[in-house]
Write a protein that binds this ligand. Sequence first.
Ligand SMILES: *[C@@H]1O[C@H](CO)[C@@H](O)[C@H](O)[C@H]1NC(C)=O
Ligand SMILES: *[C@@H]1O[C@H](CO)[C@@H](O)[C@H](O)[C@H]1NC(C)=O
Length: 221
Amino acid sequence: MASSREGIYLMAFLLLFSPSELRFSEAATEDPIPADWPHQFHALMFMNRTGTLQKLDLWYDWPNGRNFNIIQNQLDNVVTYDLEWNNGTSFFYTLDSSDPTCQVMQVEVGILRPNWLQGATYLGQQKVDNFLCNVWEKVDFIWYYEDVLTRRPVKWIFYTGYTAHVMTFEVGAVLEDPNWQAPVYCFSENEKKNDSPNFGPAVRGGFLGSLMRRIPPWETM
Ligand SMILES: *[C@@H]1O[C@H](CO)[C@@H](O)[C@H](O)[C@H]1NC(C)=O
Ligand SMILES: *[C@@H]1O[C@H](CO)[C@@H](O)[C@H](O)[C@H]1NC(C)=O
């Protein structure tokens, strides 16, 4: 009887201190750890989704609990907006006046925390995009490349192969409030009932925001 109770305590211990965290604390004295994300920044990125190139504006705004991905496919006029709130609500929309589209999604996790890379496994150094980088892996999620000299992110690759190259990284840049207002048709009942929005390839097959939240709903579309 006593031993089975000990077994439960041991299981609880193992659940609380998962192997990745143990590895992290053991390695902390030797291996570099990724820099926390600045609480507010703007990054312009080039994305490669199995050959489809995209320009992506990322506005990360932790104090205001919001994250914005503004995506445009190469030589395509359609801009897709992925506006994420820390309460789990995401708005995916276009502003095309002839065919306004919006889908509201509710997920269980908020936006990435500034220290979301904590506990990642250090893989060593690698020259990437012409920068010498420290490389970490979060298993089944991401490979992350950080410039050794400046500690800025250079590149990351999601487990689906979706790849980001960071072109600019403006620490402290904030997108002004009016730009965070989702369009009115996101709030109409008709749009909410429409569960097959006509999003282009910018969205299908792995959307940054969804991936960031570890949920790729568009993979199956
Ligand atoms: C994009 O990724 C594919 C592999 O998925 C690769 O073959 C191609 O060279 C990449 N394109 C660019 C411009 O990096
Ligand atoms: C989350 O916050 C956004 C922005 O304030 C709001 O539009 C949305 O309704 C909120 N979602 C929930 C579930 O409260």
